[in-house]
Design a protein around this ligand. Structure first.
Ligand SMILES: *Cc1c(COP(=O)(O)O)cnc(C)c1O
Length: 462
């Protein structure tokens, strides 16, 4: 038996022989010699393992070449690449949250390929500050006295807690000790930052008196957290921002709010309600507010701290700020996005315009797409326009689906909805579609210009 396996092992072609083949040369120049070599060596060890496990694999050079070609082709594809989001979830964290406005994209490529004014004041010829590139714009948009940008909202919260509440007490409602997704849990973040959590109230009800009774000489902050991805309904009570602001100022502690998504415009402009803009939070008395740049704001991944100048100044030079520093491409995208807001051209921001789209406009797009598909695939499948539930995503408005429209695909030979979803996912230009009741659905709200053609190409290729 052992002899037989050894015999089989000997039939495997040697690495040198594999590498010396002409067709390999092309792959070496595409992938690099080391990569080609290590992929071949992984392939050979897989086959050796199969021999040891009595699986009697094919060891011919033709078979190995075919396997290698398949592996090289997979390796050649960029790992981070665009795809079509036909899920109807606008701020889809796994699919990269917000798409940048064209102006922001141009600003990024401009700055990425060149030296820039990142930390250089051209008027005085001296060192400048990267934060000052966007601080004024953020203040104008939010009514804040000062603002600071860091890598994401999680970093913004950590920065504030580390700088203002390390070793001190932070009061937070039990109804707001949330987990946002991934590894962002408010209690863990607070402990990590060296703050002592003082929980008040109950899961469903917290009153002003609960906060007031918890204030001691060691209290540094009252923290309000946007519950993001969950809602408590029924018998509930929470304390208004105005009341918390008054309490905090009376006791000279900081009142900070983690707003999560961060709206630079009023929610009703988007046809949504129940969410306050950053400007509103600040005018209602929050000393500090933190929010993301790539959620409902529609810009790059970034965290923003906005609020009182005196407090923000304390954050500027803390050590950990250096670890949260934002890079120039992100700043270029953020500056361009903020300028669009200031001009009032918000429809140019993809996330904003997708959220804002009226149901009638979404339906029209679905009708056009369905007739396009019916023409292309006449007789091969049936395409119907159906009402669907879209979502804001990014932890915002979890209980409020957006009224959307989609194109369903039925009567086809591509197998189950799940099977068709997989085929579309594995295309050269991947398409991520929804499904319901074993029926594949393209939600059209989240399609970008040209995505319809990409979906048609994908369907043709499968
Ligand atoms: C999304 C969210 C965060 C995390 O923001 P990132 O920008 O993803 O780091 C923190 N707090 C709240 C309330 C959120 O909704």
């Amino acid at each position: 038996m052992i002899e037989k396996k050894k015999e089989k092992m000997r039939t495997l072609p040697a690495m040198d022989l594999l590498l010396s083949q002409d067709w390999i040369e092309g792959w070496i120049s595409k992938l690099g010699r080391d990569t080609v070599k290590s992929l071949l060596s992984e392939l050979l060890s897989d086959i050796r393992r199969e021999i040891l496990e009595d699986e009697d694999p094919d060891t011919s050079i033709d078979f190995i070449n075919a396997q290698a070609k398949r592996i090289f082709t997979g390796e050649e594809k960029r790992k981070l690449r665009p795809l079509v989001n036909a899920t109807g979830v606008v701020i889809h964290t796994n699919l990269g949250r917000s798409c940048l406005a064209t102006e922001a994209v141009l600003a990024v490529s401009d700055i990425a390929a060149s030296y820039s004014t990142l930390e250089y004041n051209i008027e005085t010829g001296t060192r400048g500050s990267r934060n000052s590139l966007v601080e004024g714009l953020l203040c104008r948009l939010t009514g804040a006295e000062a603002a600071l940008v860091v890598n994401n909202n999680a970093a913004a919260v950590v920065l504030c807690l580390c700088a203002l509440a390390n070793g001190a007490e932070v009061i937070v409602s039990r109804g707001e000790l949330v987990e946002i997704g991934g590894s962002f849990r408010i209690p863990d973040i607070m402990r990590f930052s060296g703050a002592k959590i003082v929980e008040v109230g109950t899961t469903n009800r917290t009153h002003l008196k609960d906060y007031a009774d918890a204030i001691t000489k060691d209290t540094a902050m009252i923290l309000k957290v946007h519950p993001s991805n969950f809602r408590i309904e029924g018998y509930t009570a929470s304390v208004t921002r105005e009341e918390l602001a008054a309490l905090a100022s009376q006791h000279e502690v900081v009142f900070m709010e983690d707003a999560g998504s961060g709206l630079l415009i009023e929610a009703d402009v988007l046809g949504l309600d129940g969410e306050d803009s950053v400007r509103k939070c600040i005018s209602s008395g929050a000393d500090l507010i933190t929010f993301s740049g790539d959620k409902m704001l529609g810009g790059p991944q970034i965290g923003i701290v906005a609020g009182k100048r005196e407090i923000i100044n304390k954050l500027r030079n803390v050590q950990i700020m250096r670890a949260f520093r934002v890079d120039k491409m992100t700043l270029a995208a953020l500056e361009a996005t903020l300028r669009i807001y200031l001009r009032g051209d918000i429809d140019l921001i993809p996330a904003v315009s997708m959220l804002k789209q009226k149901s009638s406009a979404v339906k029209e797009r679905a009708l056009n797409f369905a007739s396009l598909l019916s023409k292309e695939f006449a007789g091969a499948a049936k395409f119907s326009v159906i009402p669907v539930e879209d979502a804001v995503g990014g932890g915002a408005y979890p209980a409020k689906p957006l009224k959307g429209w989609g194109v369903s695909v039925t009567d086809h030979a591509w197998g189950s909805a799940g099977n068709l979803q997989t085929l579309l996912r594995l295309c050269d230009n991947p398409v991520i579609a929804g499904a319901k009741d074993d029926c594949l659905i393209f939600h059209v709200r989240t399609l970008l210009n040209g995505d319809e053609e990409k979906i048609i190409e994908a369907l043709k290729s499968i």
